[in-house]
Design a protein. Structure first.
Length: 411
C-alpha cells in the first residue's frame, strides 16, 4: 500500500487570495512542451528546488513498480528522462533539491540502482509523504519565489503522450506569495516525512560514475504528431486576481463556491469526474441555466475509477448534459489535465481530479486508516487566475481538443 499516513490530519490551510496583483503566468501543456518547461524551470534554479511529485519513473524501465527493480549503474547514468540529468546538474552547481514523494513499498534489486537511488547519492534530499493517504501534487517551487503547478506526472506517458496542463508563476511579489503559500504546506508535510533509504551500497568504481560532477547532457524530445499542438510557452504579464488553495483543507468548499459563482458559462476539461456531489452540482447548475461545456478523457486508468466516472456521465447524459470525449491519438493516451473556465473570465487549474479523495469535504479531521471516519485523502493544489489573456490560452486548448473529440454516449 502507498498509504503511510501517520496521524490524524487537521485542516489548517485557508485559501490565499491576491487581488489586483502583477504576475507573470506561463501556461504549458503536454504532450507538447512539458519536458522543455520542466528542464527550464530546473535549469533556472540558483538556490533551491522544492518538489512534490507522486512518483519518479524511469524512461527506460529502471524504476520498480512492484517487488524490486533497477538497472546497471552505467545504464541509469544515461537515463533519458530529461528531468533526471537536469536535477543532477542543479545539485552539482550547488542547488539544494528536496523531493516529497510516495512510498509504494518497492525496493532496488541487488547489484543495480534506480534513478531515485542515484539522485539520493548525489545529495538530493528525498522523503516519503505521510500527512494524508496519498501525495497527488505536481508542484515545483524554485528559489522560494516562483512556482509551477499542474497535472504533469514525472512519467514518460504524462510528458510525451497525455494531455496535461500547468502554469508557472514568476517574476513578481505575487508569484513569491504563491510560492510561500505552497512552501508553508510543504514544510508542514516535510516535518512529517521519513527518509528515502538506500537498499544497497556500491563499489568505488560504481560510485565514481554515480558521483561524477561533469555537466550532464539534457536531451528534450519532441512531442508526437497530433491534431492540435499548443503554442510555445511564453510568460504572460498581467494584473489580475489570483487564488490558491490546497486539498484537503478548504478545497471542497472553495471549489463549490467557485462553481456557484459562475453566472453564464462553465467549461470543464477534466480527466475524470468520480465524485457524486460534483456530478450532481453540474446537473444543478445546468438546470439553473448555466451553459456547460464538458470534455473528458477518452480513457481512464483503473476499473474502479472508470466505472465511477461512467456512472456520473450516464447520470449527466440522462439529464441532458452534452459530453465530449477528447481525441486519443495513441492507445496509451489519457486526457489527464484538470482545468475549468467560468464565464470566459477566469481559469482554475488543479493537480487533482474531481474525485472524493481530491476534494473530500468541508474543513475537518482525517484520521489514519483503520480508525473511525477514515477516508482516502490526497494532498493537492488548485489555483485560479482571473485574466482574459491567460483564459484565452486554456480556452484554445479546450476548444481544439473539443473539436477533435467525439460525443460521449452510454453505449
Amino acid at each position: 500500500s502507498y498509504d503511510h499516513q501517520s496521524k490524524t490530519y487537521v485542516s489548517s490551510f485557508k485559501p490565499l487570495t491576491l487581488s489586483g496583483v502583477d504576475i507573470n503566468v506561463t501556461p504549458y501543456f503536454s504532450p507538447d512542451h512539458s519536458a522543455e518547461m520542466l528542464v527550464k524551470i530546473i535549469d533556472g534554479a540558483k538556490k533551491t528546488l522544492d518538489i512534490y511529485t507522486p512518483g519518479f519513473s524511469s524512461w527506460q524501465g529502471c524504476s520498480p513498480y512492484s517487488g524490486c527493480g533497477g538497472c546497471n549503474v552505467s545504464v541509469v547514468a544515461a537515463e533519458p528522462f530529461p528531468v533526471f540529468p537536469a536535477l543532477l546538474n542543479a545539485v552539482h552547481r550547488g542547488v539544494a533539491v528536496r523531493i516529497i514523494t510516495n512510498d509504494y513499498n518497492v525496493h532496488t534489486c541487488e547489484g543495480v540502482i534506480t534513478p531515485l537511488d542515484y539522485l539520493k547519492l548525489n545529495g538530493v534530499d528525498i522523503r516519503y509523504y505521510t500527512s494524508t493517504t496519498f501525495m497527488h501534487s505536481k508542484v515545483l517551487v524554485r528559489d522560494g519565489v516562483e512556482v509551477s503547478i499542474g497535472s504533469v506526472n514525472w512519467t514518460k506517458n504524462s510528458i510525451l503522450n497525455d494531455r496535461e496542463a500547468a502554469m508557472f508563476f514568476t517574476g513578481t511579489n505575487a508569484a513569491a506569495d504563491l510560492a510561500k503559500y505552497v512552501l508553508s504546506v510543504y514544510e508542514q508535510d516535510w516535518a512529517q516525512t521519513y527518509n528515502y533509504t538506500l537498499d544497497h551500497t556500491y563499489s568505488p568504481q560504481d560510485m565514481a560514475i554515480i558521483t561524477n560532477t561533469s555537466l550532464q547532457p539534457v536531451n528534450v524530445p519532441q512531442g508526437p504528431d497530433r491534431p492540435y499542438i499548443t503554442p510555445e510557452p511564453s510568460a504572460i504579464s498581467v494584473n489580475t486576481d489570483v487564488e490558491i488553495w490546497t486539498s484537503p483543507d478548504y478545497a471542497y468548499t472553495t471549489i463549490m463556491e467557485d462553481i456557484d459563482s459562475a453566472e453564464t458559462s462553465f467549461a470543464l476539461y477534466i480527466y475524470q469526474v468520480t465524485d457524486k456531489r460534483l456530478c450532481e452540482k453540474l446537473i444543478n447548475v445546468t438546470q439553473a441555466g448555466l451553459n456547460l461545456t464538458l470534455l473528458v478523457s477518452y480513457r481512464i486508468y483503473g476499473t474502479t475509477d472508470y466505472e465511477l466516472a461512467k456512472s456520473c456521465y450516464e447520470t449527466l447524459y440522462q439529464n441532458g448534459v452534452v459530453i465530449r470525449s477528447a481525441y486519443a491519438f495513441t492507445y496509451s493516451f489519457y486526457n489527464h489535465q484538470k482545468f475549468w473556465i467560468a464565464d470566459g473570465k477566469r481559469v482554475t487549474l488543479a493537480t487533482g481530479n474531481w474525485s472524493p479523495s481530491d476534494y473530500p469535504g468541508p474543513p475537518g479531521s482525517y484520521p489514519v486508516f483503520g480508525q473511525e471516519g477514515w477516508q482516502s485523502v490526497n494532498r493537492d493544489f488548485t489555483v485560479r487566475v482571473a485574466n482574459k489573456d491567460v483564459v484565452d490560452v486554456f480556452d484554445k486548448v479546450l476548444t481544439m481538443d473539443y473539436l477533435n473529440g467525439t460525443y460521449w454516449k452510454p453505449y
